[in-house]
Design a protein around this ligand. Structure first.
Ligand SMILES: Cc1cc2nc3c(=O)[nH]c(=O)nc-3n(C[C@H](O)[C@H](O)[C@H](O)COP(=O)(O)OP(=O)(O)OC[C@H]3O[C@@H](n4cnc5c(N)ncnc54)[C@H](O)[C@@H]3O)c2cc1C
Length: 111
């Protein structure tokens, strides 16, 4: 793959998620970031432009480990490097509803 997440030799074929050979852990969080890059590149192609969005793996691990709905531990990326996520941050970002609210908003409520 190249940095635009094209399969090398196939400018119209992209890969996202666990099937990629990006040097990083196989995680849903990264898969979502891959998708953002690929969406930008497909939109560019549809508009007759060259795709320019690129993906660069974060050089350190990211982890959010909720412990119940109010606690947890984690490490998040920041522009200055990895930073410890407080229990409140882990709960706020993930533990309270394990992303169900976020994905309901993204995909719409189901019957
Ligand atoms: C136990 C566990 C816990 C995890 N926890 C986390 C976490 O806390 N945070 C995090 O970021 N990531 C976590 N991950 C990783 C995360 O689940 C994956 O990185 C993510 O699901 C990858 O998404 P994907 O769409 O690339 O692949 P998948 O989610 O594996 O989707 C691939 C889909 O393709 C389907 N498929 C396979 N072969 C075919 C075929 N021939 N035809 C049609 N369909 C097919 C499969 O059935 C599947 O639905 C965890 C993984 C595991 C196993």
């Amino acid at each position: 793959m190249n940095e635009r997440l094209n399969v090398i030799g196939h400018d119209h074929v992209y890969a996202v998620g666990d099937i990629t050979d990006v040097a990083e852990a196989k995680m849903a969080g990264w898969a979502m970031r891959h998708a953002e890059v690929v969406v930008e590149n497909i939109k560019a192609r549809l508009n007759g432009a060259e795709p320019t969005a690129t993906y660069e793996p974060t050089p350190f691990p990211m982890m959010l480990l909720p412990l119940g709905t109010t606690g947890g531990v984690g490490q998040l990326p920041t522009p200055d490097g990895p930073s410890v996520a407080s229990p409140a941050m882990v709960a706020d970002y993930k533990g309270t509803d394990l992303f169900t609210g976020r994905f309901t908003g993204q995909f719409g409520p189901t019957a």
